[in-house]
Each structure stands twice: as C-alpha cells, then as structure tokens.
Design a protein around this ligand. Sequence first.
Ligand code: CS2
Length: 489
Amino acid sequence: MTRLSEATLGQIAPAIRRPAYDRAALKPGIVHLGLGAFARGHLAEYTEDALEKRFGAWGIVGASLQRPDQRDRLQPQDGLYTLQKLAPTGPELRVIGSVLDVLVAPENPAALVAQLAAAETRIVSLTVTEKGYCHDPATGRLRADHPDILHDLEQPDAPRSAIGLIVAALRARRLAGRGPFTALCCDNLPSNGHVLRGLVRDFAALQDDALAAWIEATGAFPATMVDRIVPATTEADIAEVARLTGLEDAAPVIGEPFRQWAIEDVFAEGRPAWDEVGAQMVTEVAPFEFMKLRMLNGTHSSLAYLGYLAGHETVAQASGDPVLARFLEGLWAEIIPTVPAPQGVALQDYAKALLVRFQNPAIRHRTWQIAMDGSQKLPQRLLGTIRDRLKAKAPIAHLALGVAAWMAYVSGIDEKGAAIDVRDPLAGEFQRRSEAAGRNAQALSESLLDIEAIFGPDLPREERFTKAVAAHLAALFDEGAKARAASLG
Ligand code: CS2
C-alpha cells in the first residue's frame, strides 16, 4: 500500500479532508516538546485550523525528548498524519499538515537548542506528561536532586530535560540579544504556566542569577487548560485508518470529537489565530483548570484504578458498568462543591457530558494507560479536593475509595492474583512498601500515605481520611472493587 506523504496526498480517499493552505509556504514558528499523540490530536489540530483561517509562520517543529520512533514514523510522511475523530455515530478523518519536522533530543541536543533559540521560534509548547517537569508533585517545586536536573546542571549545553532545554535556549537567546519565546505548558498540571515559570526560573538560578532575573522580568508562561481524550494508537487503529483513507499511515492519531482549550492570552511574540477556531482566550485559566483536573481527570483516574481492578480493559467498559457509573455520580457529587464554576458553565451539565464522553464506545482508552504515573497525578486530581472536603467537614467516601483503589493497584497484584504492570517513577518504592506490608491493608495504607512527595506532610495526619482509606483498602482486598463501589450506594 502507498505511504502517506506530500507526493501521495492526492491519492487519498476523496472524502478525507486535507490541509487547505499552501503547505509548501509554511514556515516554523512553534517548537513542541513531547510530540506524542495528545499534542498531535490537540495543539496541532487547533494550529491546522488556525492556519486555514489565517495563514502565518506557525508551522510546528516537534521534538521527542526520549525515543526516535515518532520522527521515524513521521519523517517519511513529510510530517503528515491522519487524525481520526471517533463519534459514537461514526468516524471523521482529516490529514493534518501543521507538523513540519521532528527532532530527537538525545541524538543531537545542540540542534534542538539551536532550533529553540532561533529567531523564528516564537512559541515553545510542551506536553511532556506530569513527570517530565522533574518537580515534586505535592509542592510544584523543582527537584534539584532529580537525575535529569543533575545531568543538565553538569552539561548545560547538552540538556535532556524539558526544563534544561528551555533554559539553555533562553540563555542563548539572551546572549544573542533576542527576547524570550512564549513557553506554553499544555500538561494537566495545576497552575501549569505558573509552575513552569517557577521551574525554569529556579533551574536558571542554579546556574546564573542574571539569567534567572531576565527570565522573571521578560518571560511569558501562559496558563492553559487542555482537553481531548486521545488514547495511545494501536495496530488495529493503523489498519483501520489505512482501510478508510487508502494510504498507509504509520502515525495516525485517534481521538474523541470533543476538544477544549482555555488559554491565558499573554504571549511574548504573537500566536496563531487559535481564538478564531474555538480556543477560549481568558484572563483566568484557574477555574477551567480546576474544573477539568478535578471533574475529568480526578474521576478518570479513580475509574481507571477501580475499573482495572474490576477487570475492565477500557474506560468505556468501566463507565458503562452500572455500579461504576453510580460510583462516578457519587464522586462528582463530592467534587462539585469544591469547584468554582467557570463563567457560563453549569457543573452538573459538565459532569453529565463527561459521563457521555467516558462511555463513548468508539474510544478504546485503556484503564491501564490512565493508571500510569499515579504518583504524579493524584495530588492535583484527587488530593486537593480531599483537603477541601476535609476542611469543609464534608463526606469523602467516594474520593477516599479512589485513593484506596490506587493503593490496591500499586500493590501490584490484581483481584485474580495476577501481577499488575505498574508504571510510575515511584514504582520501585511502591514495590518495596507492598512487599513489606503484604496484604495487610492497615500497614500498606499507612506506608503509602507516608510518601510525602504525594500526600504532603498533612494528609497522613488527617484521621478521617486515613481511616476511610484503610477501611476501603481492606474491603478492596477482601471483597473486590465492584462490591466495595456497590456498598457506597
Ligand atoms: C487521562 C488524560 O491519561 C490520563 O491520565 O486522564 O490523558 C485525559 O484523557 C485527558 O486529560 C483528557 O483531556
């Protein structure tokens, strides 16, 4: 079968939408760090729409910070790939042209720093996942003892972390008499712009106070809230896209039709016309971010742990299970009172729409995928909500079950006694603690709650919380996830 590329694009099935601008004239303006499926299904599609609406030098150069796979798949296709949006009623496909090239940081960090420092680069956007920020998830501060940070301090011209790369490029720009680029964090972190600014400044301060001061004075770090459900692409997806388009595409992206992007409109050197294609430019991102992290990601993670334990492979299956759907309703009822509604949004309606999105049968989002990196996700997804509920003396039964399900999951053994492939930067820590505690729920919950990078110094001292978690965990071990969720009524 013919491979998708500039030269073969004309052979694609006629119904497939393709770039409606002069791609040969497209110049880069954005470097995106962490060009995974999410960025190609979100930022790159918004940028595609913006280019169609108002053409400008806003092509994307992607950068992979770890592996070359993405480059190896995209370069033979001249950066082109198919985005397949799956509604329950059927798929909609389009070829995205906004990605021009992909660099692989470990192969040539200096080339990436040079691209970041180039005058044409006006925005550096990031989706490097929570753990890519080398920070302490409980406090949001840089971990100066993180191996990648230590490496980048020793080799500031060959950095491997996102923070190290940004600082190296900002240093080069300052030396060249250029202004900074806008650093646009598109990860699911609370106050993500603010956190990124702090990490970049703190890392710069470890090397050069004047550079840190310059970044503080001139840097632009808009906060954003990003949303679209984009599961990892599978071999079956690749085969289906080829069948529908008539061209082989090694790197299609599969996502839901829904998308949302709230952006604080503070850019150093302009931006694509994202506002004209559906992005919401706002002065305060916090209410959107709170709503999304707590109501979407908080329930997503809880459902992933409980659903996985209950034997569900995907979010659609788990949320389609009446017991777990009822659990979600109860969880939203605990979360909603802690969330200030963004203007014009009714939180009950938002929750209803989320349930429909989770239940979208066309999307195969594995519970295992969402369960990954819980140590980096729990603080902003569940623990802040729990703190607020404790302060308000309000019930936390459902929230605590989410945390207990995470504990049962990271104990590494499922309900049938089989091993769980736990992926987390703290996986080794979890394994040590689980082996020491065995199936003793009290001992295991105490031991895990003691991890300060996740729970802070305060939560292990909140008896109402610790007791609820320990009781849930004991019941998860004895009765299983479904029975425990059902017992909440
Ligand atoms: C998910 C998110 O993998 C996860 O942890 O909760 O990727 C989620 O699908 C997105 O944030 C939706 O916008």
